[in-house]
Design a protein around this ligand. Structure first.
Ligand code: 5GP
Length: 117
């Protein structure tokens, strides 16, 4: 995302919008999705809004992508018994609505075979 306009997630980082934050460090933040699609539904978000989607993040800062995955893994261990589905929607037709890269961490009694978020 190159726009100077802060994304909704940047506004959560800035505490302009409330969220149920479960983890934060210098580079990532994680909070509960406002519209959960699974018993555990967390979003892990790089604090920078420089990358709109996971492909941009992988190309631009692979270490930060690895940190997103490691954070998802640690949070799944804490909140979802260690097993989880990790989803990055990329593009509008794939269901992406917030163009500030984020991982959906889904866990706990997921619907069999479902790929939906
Ligand atoms: P996307 O559809 O872009 O992959 O995912 C965006 C996600 O952000 C959606 O699952 C949506 O429910 C969540 N979301 C949108 N606005 C907010 C908000 O203000 N707070 C929280 N906690 N989640 C949000």
């Amino acid at each position: 995302m190159t726009s100077a306009e802060p994304s909704i997630f940047t506004r959560i980082v800035a505490r302009e919008i409330p969220a149920d934050i479960v983890f934060e460090n210098d580079s990532v933040i994680a909070f509960r999705d406002i519209a959960p699609k699974a018993p555990v539904h967390l979003l892990v978000v790089p604090k920078t809004q420089e990358y709109a989607n996971v492909s941009e993040l992988a190309a631009g800062d692979p270490a930060l992508l690895a940190e997103v995955v490691a954070t998802a893994n640690a949070l799944a261990a804490e909140y979802a018994g260690g097993e989880f589905r990790l989803i990055f929607n990329s593009g509008e037709s794939a269901g992406q609505t917030v163009f500030h890269v984020h991982a959906h961490v889904l866990g706990g009694a997921l619907e069999e075979g479902s790929l939906a978020q």
